[in-house]
Design a protein around this ligand. Structure first.
Ligand code: XLS
Ligand code: CA
Ligand code: CA
Length: 447
C-alpha cells in the first residue's frame, strides 16, 4: 500500500497510519487482529478480506435522521460551491483510506460528484471528479471495488427508476446508470452494483407488477450490454433488500433475485451483493443469504454491517459480532473466497458519535472483527471435523439407491419399495450443539 495521502489540507490531523499492535493493545486506533500481511493459508489477510470504505456513509452522511439535522460537522463539507466541496471530500476520502490501510472504496455517482442541473452537467461533474479519483488511485494503489448510480434519492425517482410507470423517468435512470458505468470503467472498478432503491411499490392497485418487472429485466440487460461494450470486464451485482424505502421491494432476498436473474437471462453476468443488515431484515441471516448465492454460483460481494435486533430498520451499524463474521467467512472461504468481491463497510457512525476519530475507530473495530472471523473460519475448515461431518451426513446418497436417486434413475414406486423393505430408519442426530460449540472453540483459539 502506498504512502499516506494528504491533499491541500490534512482532515484527520489527530490520526496517523493505523498500525497492528496485537491483541493486548488498548489503543483504540490500532488493530488487535487485522495484520494485513499475515498469511492465512495461502493468502494474506488483506487478500482474503478485501476491505472497502463506502463513500456515502463516511463522507456524505452527517448524522441526519428523520427527527433532526446532522450532528457531525465535516471540515470537507464547508464550501458552498458543490464541485469545490466534492474536491475537498475526495482528499479527505483518500486520506482516510490510506491511514486505515484499506485496499478499496465504493461510491454512488452523486457521492463523488454533484448531481448537476442537467444530464450534460451531471456528466461533466462526474468526469471531472473521475480524473481526480484516478490520480489519487494511481498515487496510493487504492482501487475501486464497485461503483453504482443513486437512482433513488432524486424526487423524480419517487415511483421507481427502471420500474417507474413513466418512461421519461426510466430514461433519466438510464442516463445516470450510463454515467456511473462510464466512471466505474474509467476507474477500473471490479464490480458494478444495482441496489433497487425504489424498485417496488406501495399500492398494488395502481401498479402493473408484471410490466414493471419486465422493464427491470430489460433495463438491466441494456446496462449489461452497454457496460460490456465499453470494456467492463468485472461483475454486475444486484443487492437484495426486503423493505425500506418501498413497502414491497422487488429484490426481497437472494433466492428471489436468483430466480429473477435466471428468468431474464442475466445469470451469466450478474452475481449478488449481500448486505448483512438487509439479510436480517428479510428474516434470514447473512450466512444463509450467502449460502444461497454460493449454491447458485452467484456469490459476488458483501456489504459488511449489522442491524439492531430490537428494531426493524436498516440501521447500518459497524459489525462487532464475532458470530456474524465467523459464519460469513465460513461460507466465503468454503466457496473459494472472493473473486471480484470484497467486504464493503456499508456502515455509518451513530448520530451521537461526533469526535473526528470515531470514524477510524469504527472501521478498525469492523476490520478486526472480520479478521478474527477469518482466522476462526480458516481454523474450522483446516483443523476441525466441521466439513467432514457435514459431508458424512449425506453419505447415504453417495452409493447404492441414494446415488441412483440423485442421478434421477429412481421412481416414486422404487422409494416405496425401499421403505417397505428397510422398515423404520435409524434416528441420526444433527449434533447442532456440538457444531455451535466447535465454532466458539475455534473463535477462542484463533488469535
Ligand atoms: C441501501 C443500500 C445502498 C446500496 C448501494 O440500503 O445499502 O447503500 O448498497 O446503493
Ligand atoms: Ca448496501
Ligand atoms: Ca443498508
Amino acid at each position: 500500500m502506498g504512502n499516506i495521502f494528504i491533499g491541500n489540507q490534512e482532515y484527520f490531523p489527530t490520526v496517523s497510519k493505523i498500525q497492528y499492535e496485537g491483541p493486548e493493545s488498548d489503543n483504540p486506533l490500532a488493530f488487535k487482529c487485522y495484520d494485513a500481511d499475515r498469511m492465512v493459508g495461502t493468502q494474506t489477510m488483506r487478500e482474503h478480506l478485501r476491505f472497502a470504505v463506502s463513500y456515502w456513509h463516511t463522507f456524505c452522511g452527517d448524522g441526519t435522521d428523520v427527527f433532526g439535522p446532522g450532528t457531525q460537522v465535516h471540515p470537507w463539507n464547508k464550501k458552498s460551491d458543490p464541485l469545490a466541496a466534492a474536491e475537498d471530500k475526495i482528499d479527505a476520502a483518500f486520506e482516510l483510506f490510506t491511514k486505515l490501510g484499506v485496499p478499496y472504496y465504493c461510491f454512488h455517482d452523486v457521492d463523488l460528484a454533484p448531481d448537476g442541473n442537467t444530464v450534460a452537467q451531471g456528466e461533466a461533474y462526474l468526469e471531472h471528479m473521475v480524473t481526480l479519483a484516478k490520480q489519487r488511485q494511481e498515487a496510493t494503489g487504492i482501487e475501486l471495488l464497485w461503483g453504482t448510480a443513486n437512482v433513488f434519492s432524486n424526487p423524480r425517482y419517487m415511483n421507481g427508476a427502471s420500474t417507474n410507470p413513466n418512461f421519461d423517468v426510466v430514461a433519466h435512470a438510464g442516463a445516470q446508470v450510463k454515467r456511473a458505468l462510464d466512471a466505474t470503467v474509467a476507474l477500473g472498478g471490479k464490480n458494478y452494483v444495482f441496489w433497487g432503491g425504489r424498485e417496488g411499490y406501495a399500492c398494488l392497485f395502481n401498479t402493473d407488477t408484471r410490466r414493471e418487472l419486465e422493464h427491470m429485466g430489460r433495463f438491466l440487460g441494456m446496462a449489461r450490454d452497454y457496460g460490456r461494450s465499453i470494456g467492463f470486464e468485472g461483475t454486475f451485482l444486484i443487492e437484495p433488500k426486503p423493505m425500506e424505502p418501498m413497502y414491497h421491494q422487488y429484490d426481497v432476498d437472494a433466492q428471489t433475485v436468483i430466480g429473477f436473474l435466471r428468468e431474464h437471462g442475466l445469470d451469466k453476468d450478474f452475481k449478488i451483493n449481500i448486505e448483512a443488515n438487509h439479510a436480517t431484515l428479510s428474516g434470514h441471516n447473512t450466512a444463509h443469504e450467502l449460502q444461497m448465492c454460493a449454491d447458485a454460483g452467484m456469490l459476488g460481494s458483501i456489504d459488511a454491517n449489522r442491524g439492531n435486533p430490537q428494531n426493524g430498520w436498516d440501521t447500518d451499524q459497524f459489525p462487532t459480532d464475532l458470530q456474524d463474521t465467523v459464519q460469513t467467512m465460513l461460507v466465503v472461504l468454503a466457496n473459494g473466497g472472493f473473486v471480484n468481491g470484497g467486504l464493503n463497510f456499508d456502515a455509518k457512525l451513530r448520530r451521537e458519535s461526533t469526535n473526528p476519530d470515531d470514524i477510524f475507530i469504527a472501521h478498525v473495530g469492523g476490520m478486526d472483527c472480520f479478521a478474527r472471523g477469518l482466522l476462526a473460519a480458516h481454523s474450522l475448515l483446516e483443523r476441525s471435523p466441521l466439513m467432514k461431518s457435514k459431508k458424512q451426513r449425506y453419505a447415504s446418497f453417495d452409493a447404492d439407491m441414494g446415488a441412483d436417486f440423485e442421478r434421477g434413475t429412481l421412481s416414486l414406486t422404487d422409494l416405496r419399495d425401499h421403505a417397505a423393505a428397510i422398515g423404520e430408519p435409524k434416528r441420526i442426530s444433527g449434533r447442532q450443539e456440538a457444531i455451535e460449540n466447535m465454532i466458539n472453540d475455534h473463535l477462542l483459539r484463533s488469535v
